[in-house]
Design a protein around this ligand. Structure first.
Ligand code: GRF
Length: 189
């Protein structure tokens, strides 16, 4: 049974999909939800699932990552899932959980990734470029945004007249379907 921690900065619909998937699961459970935003809706979602939450500041994470690492260790965390987490993971945390931190990105990396490529910015760029398809990328995390080794991708076609808004909805559906399953597979390792 693997203990999963989820880092999320905002709404947390992916965190909710993960908590639903692992609610009664033999391989893993969501043991902790962490956020750098005390107003993030993800914290309310975690409460509803009875999952403990921790908030910290961007400065905490940057300057005293050891404190966050200690909290993860206290909760016996095996796997760290980034689901809409807006901050860079500092090197000591990447090292402490080497190969055990996974992120989801709402596009087909290596395109449309990197600093500034988050949320609707990604979908706007994809639509503006006239892409015929987009998708999701589930990847390991290193100290740079969106550059870790790719675990899996799933694609979706852009319809004629697709907007960033409609694309965002399609991508979210794809994320909720694939992300928990990808994490479940890592629970076997
Ligand atoms: C998702 O689209 C994810 O790919 C990206 O941030 C978004 C978070 O959405 N990294 P939510 O907070 O899970 O609803």
């Amino acid at each position: 049974m693997k203990n999963i921690a989820i880092f999320s900065s905002g709404s947390g619909s992916n965190a909710e999909a993960m908590m639903t998937h692992f609610a009664e699961h033999p391989k893993g459970r969501v043991a902790l939800v962490l956020s750098n935003n005390a107003d993030a809706y993800v914290l309310k979602r975690a409460e509803r699932f009875g999952v403990p939450t921790i908030t910290f500041s961007a400065q905490n994470l940057r300057e005293t990552p050891q404190e966050i690492i200690r909290l993860l260790q206290q909760h016996n965390i095996d796997l760290v899932v980034l689901a809409g987490f807006m901050l860079l993971v500092p090197a000591p945390l990447v090292a402490a959980y080497a190969g055990k931190i996974v992120n989801i990105h709402p596009a087909l990396l290596p395109k449309y990734g990197g600093k500034g490529m988050y949320g609707c910015h990604v979908h706007e760029a994809v639509v503006a470029a006239g892409e015929r398809q987009s998708g999701i990328t589930i990847h390991y995390v290193n100290e740079r945004y969106d550059e870790g080794a790719i675990l899996c991708q799933a694609t979706v076609a852009l319809a004629p007249g697709e907007t960033a808004h409609t694309l965002a909805e399609k991508i979210h559906r794809l994320e909720h379907r694939y992300f928990p399953v990808a994490i479940e597979q890592l629970c076997d390792e």
